[in-house]
Design a protein around this ligand. Structure first.
Ligand code: PEP
Ligand code: MN
Length: 376
C-alpha cells in the first residue's frame, strides 16, 4: 500500500508527526518515506511494507496528510502503474529538461566519442537544429577485449566543455562501473556543470544488480536503463525497479531489440511493439533505440531507411525518447559506423520524427473522442 500525501507536506508539521506515530503503531507493517523535491512542489509517498491486507482503505485515507491511497498490485512497486486510476505523475525534470510519458525528446549523437572534432561537429549540428540532448559514449562495453573500449574519463573534459558551448543540456552516457559516476561528476564540476548527464545502463549490464544498486543510491543523475537483450520483459522491469528501490526514480526505460536470429537481417529483433505495454505496466518514460536494434543503414523499397521506419513505429506507439547513433564521419567511426546516420540526414530525421509524433498526438485525441462517443 502506498500513502500519497498532500503536495508540499512538511515533515516538520504536527500532522506529519502524528501520521508517522500512527504508522509506527501498525503491527507487522514497516514504512519507507520517499520524497521527490521539485522546483515548485515536493511530493511525499509512504510505502507500507509487510502485512497490509488487514488495513482498511477508509481508515488509512483519513490519516493526517494523506491525500490518496494506492494499493500495490504489481511487482514493480515503485515504477509500476498499480490499479485503475493510479494516475500518479511520472515526470521528472533534469537540467531544465522534463521527462515523462507525455514528453518527447530525440537523443541523437555518437555511439562512441572518438575525437574532439567528431564531438564538436555533432554538437554544432544539434544546436543548429534546436536540439538540447545527445548521446556520447565514453565507456564502451565491447564484445572483444581487443576492440576500442572508449576514451573513458580522458574525453570527458572536452565533451562537457563542448556541450556547454553548444547548449546541450543532457547527454546520455553509458557507464559500466560505479566509479565512472565519480569521474563524470568530477569532470562536470571542472567545467562548472556546463551540461548534464543521463547515466545509461547498457543491455549487457541490465542485471548487474550491484551496479544497479549503486546507481540507484545516487539521486543526482537520471538513468536510462536498456532492456536486457536476452531476458524477459519482467526481468528487465525488475532491474529498473532495483534503481527505484534504492531511491532513484528518475528512470527511463529503453527498448533496443532482442538477441535472436529470428530478427535477421536486423542486428536484433525489433521489439517496439512493447512501447504501449511499458506505458501500461509502468510510469516510466519509454525510449527506443533504432540503431542498436536495426544495426544497418539498409533502406526499404520506398527509399526510407529501416532505422527511420522503426523509429516511426516506436513514436506512433507512444515512445517518449529516441536514442540514435549519428556520426559526422561514419567511415572513420571507431564503433558502429555502419549503422550511424549522417549529419546531412539530421534534418530529415527530425522532420520525420516530428511528423509521426504529431500523428500520435492526433491518435490520442481520436481515441478520446471515440471513448466519449461510446459513453454518451
Ligand atoms: C549503446 O547504446 O551504445 C549500446 C551499447 O547499447 P546496448 O547496451 O543497447 O547494446
Ligand atoms: Mn553502439
Amino acid at each position: 500500500m502506498i500513502l500519497v500525501l498532500a503536495p508540499n507536506t512538511s515533515t516538520e508539521s504536527v500532522e506529519y508527526q502524528t501520521l508517522i506515530e500512527r504508522l509506527n503503531q501498525l503491527p507487522g507493517v514497516k514504512h519507507r518515506v520517499h520524497r521527490e523535491v521539485g522546483t515548485e512542489v515536493t511530493l511525499t509517498e509512504i510505502y507500507l511494507i509487510g502485512d497490509t491486507r488487514a488495513l482498511i482503505h477508509e481508515t488509512m485515507a483519513q490519516l493526517p496528510c494523506v491525500e490518496k491511497i494506492v494499493r500495490v498490485s504489481e511487482p514493480y512497486r515503485i515504477l509500476g502503474h498499480h490499479q485503475y486510476g493510479d494516475d500518479r505523475t511520472t515526470s521528472f525534470e533534469y537540467n531544465g529538461v522534463r521527462f515523462s510519458q507525455d514528453t518527447f525528446h530525440v537523443f541523437a549523437g555518437l555511439c562512441a566519442v572518438d575525437s574532439r572534432e567528431s564531438v564538436e561537429a555533432m554538437m554544432k549540428a544539434l544546436q543548429e537544429h534546436g536540439q538540447v540532448c545527445t548521446r556520447m559514449g565514453a565507456y564502451k562495453p565491447r564484445t572483444s577485449p581487443y576492440a576500442f573500449q572508449g576514451f573513458g574519463k580522458e574525453c570527458l573534459p572536452y565533451v562537457f566543455e563542448l556541450a556547454g558551448k553548444y547548449g546541450i543540456k543532457v547527454i546520455a552516457m553509458e557507464i559500466t562501473h560505479e566509479s565512472h559516476v565519480d569521474e563524470i561528476r568530477a569532470a562536470l564540476k571542472a567545467t562548472g556543470n556546463a551540461t548534464g548527464v543521463m547515466l545509461q545502463i547498457g543491455t549487457r549490464n541490465t542485471q548487474n544488480f550491484e551496479l544497479l544498486k549503486a546507481i540507484g543510491r545516487q539521486h543526482e543523475f537520471p538513468v536510462l536503463i536498456k532492456r536486457g537483450f536476452g531476458i524477459t520483459l519482467d526481468e528487465s522491469l525488475n532491474a529498473a525497479e532495483y534503481l527505484a528501490s534504492e531511491g532513484n526514480r528518475k528512470v527511463v526505460f529503453c527498448l533496443r531489440g532482442m538477441k535472436t536470429n529470428m530478427g535477421d537481417p536486423h542486428r536484433n529483433f525489433v521489439d517496439f511493439a512493447h512501447v504501449p505495454v511499458l506505458r501500461r505496466l509502468t510510469r516510466m518514460p519509454v525510449c527506443v533505440d533504432p540503431s542498436h536494434s536495426v544495426g544497418t543503414r539498409a533502406a526499404s523499397s520506398d527509399g526510407i531507411l529501416d532505422i527511420f521506419h522503426v523509429v516511426a513505429q516506436g513514436i506512433i506507439a507512444g515512445c517518449n525518447m529516441v536514442l540514435v547513433d549519428f556520426h559526422p564521419f561514419p567511415e572513420k567511426a571507431l564503433v558502429d559506423g555502419p549503422q550511424a546516420l549522417r549529419l546531412s540526414e539530421l534534418k530529415h530525421f527530425l522532420d520525420d520524427t516530428a511528423l509521426v509524433r504529431e500523428t500520435y498526438l492526433k491518435r490520442i485525441a481520436l481515441a478520446a473522442a471515440a471513448r466519449k462517443a461510446e459513453t454518451a
